[in-house]
Design a protein around this ligand. Structure first.
Ligand code: MV4
Length: 446
């Protein structure tokens, strides 16, 4: 096992990783920007190195500075968390070249999944159900029309280098195609440096359901069930729950099996997530694979009892998985609410000083947060300041427990999304479990 790990991240996920390292007896090195001198991750780590100014391009994404920090402090491995460098193949490669273990998959696996059209091609070969559409890149309107002859309107044009909802355009009829196609290419070029796009049949009112997997260096892969992530706004997830209200044992088994089979054929190592789009008939199709630990990982931990971050570190150190598929049981129901430093109606950022802070507690409540009374939320980074997670025997009890925990939570001095969460939890649509990715828009227009 490693003796010392550097955490190339900040906030709640840096703290989460420090906690896992502590329990594994691993020393930790925090990195931080000038804006984060008073952050909890800096205080809780055994060592700390300032890697640059507030701008994350010069600090949390500054590869030379981060590698120097790891070398100076003798860290044997780097945990990237999520965001920043977590899915940067060059960084994974640079770690390898410097003799430092990147806690994640190989650079090749990261690069492959980063190209969404390539990922799709690869997944077809792995027996994964995929969204009907072009085989690979579409480079002209003529080619686009040929694809559309097969699948019909509406279609969606996606940037190969996009992902997470970035670089997508829907086309409803032929008159719009040429314009939208050229616009999609130009936007892809401007945003990602590549004008490559591909085309799919567009599904309206989809659900987003994802499967968690864990894979070790000996080729063992297991899945840990699904997470329902359809409560989102502009591709930012707001509430996640497991199990998904629409997934039954049979569907879970099928999704899990294809996810495991694909990860095996990729020789994937690390925790990973296969995202599926689920249509109104509960057919599921591969969307993307995320090669990192995800924000919403705690709900899977609550129902399976498995510490995903510790497992991630163990498999990176070459240890075999300690669980076989038959050891995995999903117990009860878990929900996560992402509490953002944002106005709860307009979702505009609300950074600033937290003047009062009182955390919820009691049975079945977990709070992953790096916030505290007197802490100032900087304006430079992601606005998630806390993840409130509950676990209970069933969905109804979990919803009621989350309502109680949200009522207990006091954060003063800044605006948060707590009022929004209370509203969703009381909505007929959420309570019924029959909601799609349109839920938030529906509620906000009421
Ligand atoms: C789609 C789609 C409909 N049809 N693809 C958004 C995130 C990225 N992973 C892919 N996304 C979508 N792809 C086809 N062929 C609708 C979305 C989509 C979406 C997907 C999951 C969760 C929320 C979403 C919100 C808007 C659009």
């Amino acid at each position: 096992m490693f003796h010392k790990v550097l955490i190339a991240n900040r906030g709640e996920i840096a703290l989460r990783i420090i906690r896992a390292c502590k329990e594994l007896g691993i020393k930790t090195v925090a990195i931080y920007s000038k804006a984060d001198e008073l952050s909890l991750h800096v205080r809780f780590a055994d060592e700390r190195v300032c890697v640059g100014p507030p701008d994350s391009a010069q600090s949390y994404r500054n590869i030379p500075n981060i590698l120097s920090a790891a070398e100076i402090r003798d860290a044997e491995a780097i945990h990237p968390g999520y965001g920043f460098l977590a899915e940067n193949a060059h960084f994974a490669e640079a770690c390898e070249a410097a003799g430092i273990v990147f806690i994640g998959p190989t650079p090749d696996n990261i690069a492959m999944m980063g190209d969404k059209a390539k990922a799709k091609e690869t997944m077809i070969k792995c027996g994964m159900p995929i969204l009907p559409g072009s085989r690979g890149v579409v480079s002209s309107e003529k080619e686009a029309l040929n694809v559309i002859k097969e699948i019909g309107f509406p279609v969606i044009i996606k940037a190969c280098a996009g992902g997470g909802g970035r670089g997508m355009r829907v086309v409803h009829k032929e008159q719009e195609l040429v314009n939208t196609f050229l616009m999609a290419q130009a936007e892809a070029k401007a945003s990602f440096g590549s004008d490559q796009v591909y085309i799919e049949k567009f599904f309206s009112n989809p659900r987003h359901v994802e499967v968690q997997i864990l894979a070790d260096k000996s080729g063992n892969v297991i899945h840990l069930g699904e997470r329902e992530c359809s409560v989102q706004r502009r591709h930012q997830k707001l509430i996640e729950e497991t199990p998904s209200p629409i997934v039954d044992e049979k569907m879970r088994k099928k999704m899990g099996e294809v996810a495991v089979k694909a990860s095996k054929s990729l020789a994937y190592i690390n925790a990973g997530t296969i995202e599926f789009l689920v249509d109104e008939e509960n057919n599921f199709y591969f969307m993307e694979m995320n090669t990192r630990i995800q924000v919403e990982h705690p709900i899977t931990e609550m129902v399976t009892g498995i510490d995903l971050v510790k497992e991630q570190i163990r498999v990176a150190a070459g240890e075999p998985l300690r669980y076989k598929q038959k050891d995995i049981r999903m117990m009860g129901h878990s929900i996560e609410c992402r509490i953002n430093a944002e106005d709860s109606e307009k979702f505009t950022p609300s950074p600033g000083r937290i003047t009062a802070y009182c955390a919820p507690g009691g049975p079945g409540v977990r709070l992953d947060s790096a916030a505290y009374a007197g802490y100032t939320v900087p304006p430079f980074y992601d606005s998630v300041i806390a993840k409130l997670i509950v676990h209970s025997a069933d969905r109804e009890d979990a919803i009621s427990r989350m309502g109680r925990a949200l009522d207990e939570f006091v954060i003063e001095g800044i605006k948060t999304t707590i009022p929004f969460h209370k509203r969703v939890l009381q909505s007929r649509e959420f309570l019924s479990g029959k909601y799609s990715t349109n839920l938030v828009e529906q509620l906000l227009s009421q």
